[in-house]
Ligand binder design. Structure first.
Ligand SMILES: *[C@@H]1O[C@H](CO)[C@@H](O)[C@H](O)[C@H]1NC(C)=O
Ligand SMILES: *[C@@H]1O[C@H](CO)[C@@H](O)[C@H](O)[C@H]1NC(C)=O
Ligand SMILES: *[C@@H]1O[C@H](CO)[C@@H](O)[C@H](O)[C@H]1NC(C)=O
Ligand SMILES: *[C@@H]1O[C@H](CO)[C@@H](O)[C@H](O)[C@H]1NC(C)=O
Length: 610
């Protein structure tokens, strides 16, 4: 402890005229390293229907009847028909849409359908087709052709039992050749005042129809209004939660998802771009067996080429082959790509030291400005940045918040690319307030060490409540609604309230502040001259800090105080999405020393105007 702090402590004690008690020193006059400007970001991986039926706003399940699905099937689809009408749907490979989407959905009318009756195909969406007050218009599109029928087709969003028709539109005519049809569905406003998921999407033909009628469909698609109204875009409530957290980076696409369960099922990025009618789909890897297949080192070149092409698609100029493809796909400007990670969690393999150099050399040669991230320790090449993952149980993060304090300052920088406290006891398992406080405790350590811990992101980001493969997750949702967990609020707060310069803090454990229960990190935001102090209490009881002292500061102008707290098991859910959420109030204290009672299981952020 330095002389200055000792004298300040003395001063506070003198001012308060009482015994010194527990003290948290904020060494405002001793600024340290720069806080990594990209410290807090997000990691998106396709797991728990994070993308399919999640962030990607497409509402139709099994849109392309993907030939790559295991046991190609009619998942999501059913026949919809008036009582007494005979007909069926099945997969047909005799009427391919094109060379990529070779399976179509065939509707067969088995007996003549009388006037006033209908038959068609329905889709359930991802556990329901949602209606919401803000879903005021939907764009539906599909490819269709028919034999023995020329239209019209009726397109609807209706309740599962057919009793409510939210929106309806017609395609007047179809032909014997596949053609794309598009309609706008505008729900009756009075019907969508409350969110509802008990609905289906239907495309039907009305009688009279003859018994030999066959109608073929493919790429059936339905979009509600999207984030920033982008065609083929993102779901508004989910994308908004990400945008609100002001993340500094976006890690994508994975994760195990990148690898797939087998080499054939890996993430083939070339098949995920362009016209949706030219995408064969991709098999998810969760809930299956990750087989840990590998390619012989001398057969790696095509995979390395594919990675280089992917980078070119992202950052190449429009004179390059793949840069031109990006422009054709609607994004002429390169994306801001800075970091490329080679592999995923390769501590499970024993030949990373062979494969890492293959990618490393190829990427460095072509893109010397890109920074490489390794997923494990490597001897054969430099590791500029290493990706560490942590999924510990409750209590581990507080005990290990000093993990990076002693890490070498001249070694690899650290990217904590996945972390979350796993405390899955209630159903559905999600982050409760106490586990969120645990995460926050570790995050104070990452911010304190952000001279070497340059980036961190919570994982997994999203979970559909009907497909909980991995828990906990940051943001949960059903087909219509969503909520952030306390853990996501911790992420949000650490990210939106940041300084640029680290300010050292220390607390006096001997005087009543239990070092293993109370955590803190401070920084200064230079442009606004704000001191930011984050205090985490992981204790079952409140902890009184008798004096928070601001070293080298006479008085302040006060500021704001934001607190996230709740009971040990408190969680959020669709019914009460903001049960545990941050509350901000004015912080009127202007003294350079004040007491603070940190609530049990809490994150407090003081923003003090200097
Ligand atoms: C829906 O169609 C309208 C009009 O063509 C278009 O402006 C809008 O971007 C489309 N929205 C989506 C999500 O495709
Ligand atoms: C585009 O990128 C290629 C490959 O990196 C380079 O050779 C070429 O000079 C660039 N063109 C422009 C206009 O920058
Ligand atoms: C880092 O510094 C330590 C102590 O000076 C030294 O032993 C070590 O070799 C250095 N490591 C690197 C990667 O330069
Ligand atoms: C802080 O000051 C504001 C403005 O003077 C006042 O409205 C507020 O009630 C005060 N807050 C507290 C916690 O005393």
């Amino acid at each position: 402890m330095g002389f200055l702090k000792v004298s300040l402590l003395f001063l506070v004690a003198a001012v308060l005229g009482q015994s010194q008690g527990s003290v948290l020193n904020v060494q405002t006059d001793q600024p340290g390293h720069e806080i990594s400007p990209i410290l807090w970001g997000i990691f998106f991986e396709e797991i728990n229907h994070a993308g399919d039926g999640g962030l990607y706003a497409e509402l139709i399940k099994n849109r392309a009847l993907s030939p790559k699905r295991h046991g190609m099937n009619l998942d999501g689809y059913a026949v919809v028909k008036s009582e007494g009408v005979d007909g069926r749907i099945y997969l047909s490979t005799d009427h391919p849409l094109n060379s990529v989407l070779t399976t179509s959905l065939r509707l067969n009318v088995d007996n003549a359908v009388a006037a006033g009756q209908r038959i068609g195909v329905s889709n359930t969406g991802y556990w329901g087709i949602p209606t919401r007050p803000d879903y005021t218009v939907y764009n539906a599109s599909f490819y269709a052709k028919a034999v023995g029928f020329t239209g019209p087709l009726t397109v609807q969003i209706e309740s599962k039992d057919g009793s409510i028709v939210y929106a309806t539109a017609q395609v007047p005519q179809i032909t014997e050749e596949f053609q794309r049809y598009e309609v706008t569905l505008t729900p009756t406003p009075a019907l969508i005042q409350n969110p509802s998921i008990d609905n289906i999407f239907t495309i039907t033909a009305n009688g009279p129809l003859s018994a030999d009628t066959s109608i073929f469909f493919n790429v059936i698609s339905l979009f509600p209004p999207t984030f920033k109204n982008r065609p083929n875009g993102l779901r508004t409530d989910l994308a908004q939660k990400l945008a609100d957290a002001k993340p500094s980076f976006f890690r994508f696409p994975g994760g195990n998802f990148l690898e797939g369960n087998t080499i054939e099922e890996r993430f083939i990025w070339e098949e995920t771009i362009g016209d949706i009618a030219q995408r064969p789909g991709h098999m998810g890897c969760w809930g299956l067996l990750h087989r840990w297949d590998s390619i012989a080192p001398e057969e790696m070149q095509p995979y390395i080429d594919s990675a280089l092409n992917e980078i070119e698609y992202i950052i190449g100029n429009t004179s390059t082959t793949w840069g031109a493809r990006r422009a054709a796909d609607g994004h002429p400007e390169p994306f801001p790509l800075t970091y490329v990670e080679i592999g995923n969690e390769d501590f499970v393999s024993d030949d990373y030291d062979i494969r890492y150099p293959q990618f490393y050399d190829a990427i460095r040669a072509r893109y010397p400005n890109l920074q490489i991230i390794a997923t494990d320790y490597v001897n054969t090449r430099p590791v500029p940045i290493r990706d560490d993952h942590f999924y510990p149980g409750y209590g581990w993060f507080p005990n290990n918040h000093r993990l990076y304090d002693e890490a070498p300052r001249n070694g690899s920088k650290i990217f904590v690319g996945e972390y979350a406290t796993i405390d899955n006891i209630n159903w559905p398992p999600q982050a409760n307030t106490a586990s969120a406080a645990d995460d926050a405790a570790f995050m104070t350590g990452m911010e304190r060490n952000s001279d070497i811990v340059i980036m961190a992101c919570y994982a997994p980001l999203f979970a559909h409540l009907n497909d909980l493969v991995w828990m906990p997750d940051g943001i949960y949702f059903d087909a219509a609604q969503s909520f952030a967990t306390p853990a996501w609020w911790v992420q949000h707060l650490f990210s939106v309230i940041r300084g640029d310069t680290y300010i050292p803090t220390d607390s006096d454990a001997n005087e009543g502040l239990p070092a293993e229960k109370i955590f803190h990190v401070a920084s200064r935001k230079t442009d606004t001259n704000t001191l930011i102090l984050k205090i985490v209490n992981t204790n079952t009881e409140d902890i009184m800090i008798d004096a928070v002292t601001l070293g080298g500061i006479g008085s302040t102008q006060g500021g704001t105080m934001t607190v996230l707290t709740g009971g040990r098991w408190d969680e959020n859910d669709l019914q009460e999405p903001f049960r545990v959420s941050p509350k901000t109030q004015t912080f009127n204290v202007t003294s350079n020393s004040f007491s603070y009672n940190a609530p049990a299981f809490s994150l407090t952020i003081l923003e003090i105007q200097l």
